[in-house]
Design a protein around this ligand. Structure first.
Ligand code: UTP
Length: 229
């Protein structure tokens, strides 16, 4: 079993259009890898720009932060449906609404379950971590729009260095420095890191702009950043 988290940042281009070519490539790669390895797989899709648009308006309209989170959850589920459509035949047709719904489905179907968000106060990374924990996944691959975890924010400091490995305690420290509110959970949210730590889940951050990287990560190649315990 492996779990794939597709960062919302990858789903939309600079003009805020849906990156359907990339989604189609992911679907092909996932079909191939599932065929080759005969392993079960679950996928979690982020909310991306769609989530942020709705969260921004919802906040302006005076909704509570938890309600703004609901906007993000629903946006992520809509994004999940794009991938479900592309995985027609091998994916379960609906994204589950909660962890318990996922658990029921996981016991009922061999199909790929594609998820969005589950509950307020966390990000889709926590969804991916809880699923990896439940299913004793051999790996959680987090596809993002950078090559992995850097010593500093690469957007702010061009000299920031990519880390091939990162101890879980360093990831915890990195996360603790960030403020969290709807639409703004950093690289990984606190709930997600706690789950990764307690169950020692093999977490790998990989640049998902190139879908070949997903295949490499799933087949055990050293790529991106591996979290160590
Ligand atoms: P994400 O934060 O996970 O997607 O969900 P993203 O912003 O696209 O981030 P990456 O690139 O995938 O890491 C969007 C928003 O949905 C809400 C949060 O407000 C989050 O910021 N959300 C999502 C929840 O409240 N609970 C969930 O379980 C998932």
């Amino acid at each position: 079993m492996f779990v794939i988290k597709i960062g919302g940042s990858l789903l939309f281009d600079d003009k805020e259009q849906i990156n359907d070519k990339l989604i189609s490539k992911y679907a092909k790669t996932i079909r191939n890898v599932v065929n080759e390895t005969k392993k079960k797989c679950a996928i979690v899709v982020g909310g991306g720009k769609l989530a942020r648009k709705y969260i921004t308006s919802s906040r302006k309209l005076g909704a509570s932060e938890s309600y703004n989170d609901i906007m993000g959850i629903e946006a992520a589920k809509l994004n999940a449906r794009l991938l479900i459509g592309a995985l027609d035949g091998i994916a379960y047709p609906n994204p589950p609404n909660s962890f318990l719904e996922f658990q029921k489905l996981y016991n009922l179907t061999e199909k790929i379950i594609v998820c969005g968000g589950f509950q307020p106060g966390q990000s889709t990374n926590a969804v991916a971590a809880s699923i990896a924990e439940l299913t004793s996944a051999e790996k959680l691959v987090n596809l993002t729009d950078v090559d992995g975890v850097y010593t500093e924010d690469p957007d702010k400091n061009p000299n920031a260095k990519l880390l091939e490995e990162m101890p879980i305690d360093d990831l915890l420290e990195l996360i603790s420095k960030h403020e969290t509110k709807a639409g703004q959970y950093p690289l990984f949210d606190n709930t997600a890191v706690q789950i990764i730590q307690r169950s020692k889940i093999a977490l790998q951050f990989v640049n998902g702009s190139n879908p070949d990287n997903l295949k490499k990560a799933l087949l055990g190649e050293k790529i991106g950043t591996l979290i160590t315990f």
